[in-house]
Write a protein that binds this ligand. Structure first.
Ligand code: ATP
Length: 196
């Protein structure tokens, strides 16, 4: 059984995240997909409490068969957590697949020890139609094991967590941008009410 890994801050999770998870499950033939909610990521400040984001992710993916929301990365700050997660996941699940967006993969050489990460996990890059494939190939071919990177087609939905936070702070509706269960938890916890 192939296990997939999908990490993010999920501040909050939105319909784009859910669509990506569903597409990855189907296109990569995954038996399981672990959604890893980041604790304190090194690359961007996150104001929303990790436990709240964990609850939001549970709500977002509750109806997606095959997805499990994992606590593994909660409360683990530090610059090398992807490598640590990759090490852990390969020991647990054999040869797991890390799902990344094309934009993230374009920066992959700047991650902490990318070649080492690839020793532990394969990468599946979600590539939208029209993305600069040559740019991705430049990154892939510089890696020690380029054969460990594959692409799958995914058309992202035009939504970002930043956009959702901004709308909520402005008192606007986020109907259709986050799953209803996520909207419910946001309301219950009173999140994102002031300027993001
Ligand atoms: P922010 O707006 O706060 O930067 P984000 O919406 O990009 O957040 P993250 O939690 O940082 O959300 O993203 C986690 C993962 O989800 C990343 O791999 C990212 O590429 C992917 N992702 C983000 N937005 C979308 C989208 N609209 N469709 C599909 N995947 C997405």
């Amino acid at each position: 059984m192939i296990v997939g890994l999908f990490g993010g801050t999920f501040d909050p999770p939105h319909v784009g995240h859910v669509a990506l998870a569903k597409t990855a499950l189907r296109e990569l033939g995954l038996g399981r997909l672990l959604v890893l909610v980041a604790g304190t990521p090194p690359h961007k400040p996150v104001e929303t409490d990790a436990e709240a984001r964990f609850r939001l992710a549970q709500a977002a993916f509750a109806n997606v068969p095959g997805v499990e929301v994992s606590r593994r990365e909660l409360d683990r700050p530090g610059p090398s957590y992807t490598l640590e997660t990759a090490r852990w996941a390969s020991a647990e699940f054999g040869d797991p697949v890390l799902i990344v967006g094309a934009d993230e993969f374009a920066d992959f050489l700047g991650w902490h020890e990318p070649d080492e990460i690839l020793e532990h996990v394969r990468l599946a890059v979600a590539e939208r139609a029209g993305y600069d494939h040559a740019r991705l190939e430049t990154v892939r071919t510089r890696l020690r094991r380029p054969g460990r990177v594959a692409y799958f087609a995914f058309d992202p939905i035009g939504v970002s967590s930043r956009d959702v936070r901004a709308r909520l702070a402005a008192g606007e509706s986020v109907d259709g941008l986050v799953p209803p269960a996520v909207a419910h938890v946001i309301g219950e916890l009173g999140l994102y009410r002031s300027a993001a």
